[in-house]
Design a binder for this molecule. Structure first.
Ligand code: SF4
Ligand code: SF4
Length: 253
């Protein structure tokens, strides 16, 4: 079986949450409002094994095992475009764009054998999947695999840091453990949104003060952009709380 796909650079997929590698999150601290997002996958789901490999597994209740992935994320409302999306619909940082964007439409967060579902454009997207588009996926394998392999390699390399981060929160932060339990109870899995300051102490090579000085104005800018808009109230509150936490964090540095 062969699948065809060509990105016409319409920019329609450049809205909402954007998962990042740790390195991309640090490199783009002056651009994206960052959060840590924990996502749960139930045992038996297609993505369980890969989520467990790239994250960790936790026990909920007496016996239930759940895979949990922690992803540094540009935490942007679905109705807001990426700050790097130019007015002509193109990426303004093409050369420096995050690993996740380079791998699109594939995703190293999913098993390679399950990538075909990602090649179906969502409503409104202008991806070319016609017979004239190049073949990109054959017999359950990615054909031009450089970006896919790179993303998988980076996710694998950072798995130990993010797994330890999740396990530490589950052991020492009862409110997070309770939120993960609630998320795990949702059909199809759920998410827990945490401030980026929760991971900073685990990133040894980071210039934490320099990072916060770049990130703080971004959080404040998004708090302003999302103010008095009931549709993004949750995001607005997050940006305000995250900015306040970062200011306290900076004072302690
Ligand atoms: S960085 Fe560029 S490619 Fe990635 S979501 Fe933003 S505009 Fe789109
Ligand atoms: S929606 Fe499709 S065509 Fe448009 S930028 Fe994203 S991948 Fe490319």
């Amino acid at each position: 079986m062969e699948r065809r796909f060509h990105c016409t650079a319409c920019g329609k997929c450049c809205y909402g949450w954007l998962p990042l590698t740790l390195d991309d999150a640090l490199a783009h601290a002056g651009r994206f409002p960052l959060a840590m997002i924990l996502s749960t996958v139930r045992q038996g789901a297609k993505a369980y094994e890969i989520t467990a490999r790239l994250g960790t597994t936790v026990t909920i209740g007496r016996r239930k095992r759940v895979a949990v992935r922690a992803a540094p994320t540009a935490y942007i409302p679905p109705s807001f475009s990426c700050p790097a999306l130019a007015s002509d619909g193109r990426c303004a940082i093409h050369r420096d764009k995050p690993v996740r964007c380079r791998t699109m439409p594939f995703s190293a967060y999913q098993e390679e054998r399950d990538q075909d579902k990602l090649l179906v454009p969502r409503k409104g997207w202008e991806c070319d999947t016609s017979p004239e588009a190049p073949a990109v996926y054959r017999d359950k394998g990615v054909i031009d695999r450089q970006d896919f392999d790179r993303e998988r390699r980076v996710l694998t390399e950072q798995a130990s840091i993010l797994g330890a981060y999740t396990n530490g929160l589950m052991a020492n932060a009862p409110n997070v453990a309770a939120a993960v339990t609630r998320a795990a109870g949702k059909k199809g899995g759920g998410h827990v949104i945490l401030k980026f300051t929760t991971i900073l102490s685990r990133i040894e090579q980071a210039d934490v003060a320099g990072f916060c000085e770049k990130q703080l104005p971004v959080l404040k800018n998004f708090a302003g952009r999302s103010a008095e808009n009931p549709q993004v109230e949750e995001y607005h509150q997050f940006y305000r709380d995250a900015a306040a936490a970062m200011e306290r964090f900076l004072q302690r540095c």
